[in-house]
Design a protein around this ligand. Structure first.
Ligand code: IPE
Ligand code: IPE
Ligand code: MG
Length: 253
């Protein structure tokens, strides 16, 4: 507890990331290390989701976007997919009262029509029940992949041009971003991946163009508030230059 408080004291509250995105990886390995079934790792991973949500909310971060299930994850053994879908639905239903208490609004991105009805209904109920919450926006990326999202955006833009809603010459970075599932959010400032792999796995490819990337070997079920604080502290030590020189950036600040 004291260790966490020490870390929290190191966070500069005036320079918080507005949007944190997390690739929550390493549940299976966490379980395997304990001789348990992979699904035990997913069950334990829900606790880390709660901790990350709580700390984001307490600090006053506006957006937390969690990669919970990728398009590619549909290719896992059916038994694991079924267990994950059930777990996600159950967890979100159980957590809904606390989300409301903490003023957290649930947002969903991904091809949700591929989800089993039971989980889909539970997610939508939570989305509705938290729609009035004005604090943290917690987005779950489910049945999500960035290439899917970009292709969907291209299809919608093509339809808009065809119907005359926009013209081809209107299309620029800003217009394109408005057609993505993340249209209402700023780009992530900080992207965290747990589990030790240094890759993006089809997550928010457009949106992370200038995000600070933070990779940790910590497996997701072991990623608590202190580890999250570490990531924020490191983020605050980075200089974001956006193509400019360090001197320019320092002059501007
Ligand atoms: C992340 O943990 C959770 C999901 C992808 C749903 P994994 O299940 O990928 O765990 P590892 O990477 O196999 O350890
Ligand atoms: C990325 O983890 C997807 C989620 C965390 C939901 P994976 O475990 O699926 O990633 P790869 O397959 O190792 O790249
Ligand atoms: Mg993995």
């Amino acid at each position: 507890m004291e260790e966490l408080q020490n870390k929290l004291n190191q966070i500069d509250m005036s320079r918080l990331p507005r949007h944190v995105a997390i690739i929550m990886d390493g549940n299976g390995r966490w379980a395997k290390l304990r001789g348990e079934d992979r699904c035990m790792g997913h069950v334990e991973g829900v606790n880390s989701v709660r901790k990350a949500t709580e700390l984001s909310s307490d600090l006053g971060i506006d957006y937390l976007t969690l990669y919970a299930f990728s398009t590619e994850n549909w290719n896992r053994p059916q038994q694991e997919v079924d267990a994950l879908m059930h777990l996600i639905g159950m967890a979100i239903e159980r957590e809904t009262p606390d989300l409301i208490k903490n003023n957290v609004h649930l947002n969903l991105i991904g091809a949700l029509d591929r989800m089993p009805k039971e989980a889909y209904d539970r997610l939508r109920r939570c989305e509705l029940a938290t729609a009035h919450c004005t604090g943290l926006t917690m987005t779950l990326a489910l049945s999500y992949s960035s290439r899917w999202e970009i292709v969907e955006a291209v299809k919608k833009i093509a339809a808009s041009v065809k119907s005359g809603k926009i013209s081809e010459t209107d299309i620029d970075d800003n217009i394109f971003a408005q057609y993505l599932a993340t249209c209402d959010m700023p780009d992530p400032d900080l992207l965290i991946r747990t589990g030790g792999d240094n890759r993006i796995s089809n997550y928010l490819l457009w949106q992370i163009a200038y995000s600070e990337l933070y990779f940790t070997r910590t497996l997701w079920p072991d990623f608590g508030k202190a580890e999250y604080a570490d990531a924020i502290i490191e983020y605050q030590q980075r200089e974001r230059r956006y193509g400019k020189t360090s001197e320019q950036v320092q002059q501007e600040s």
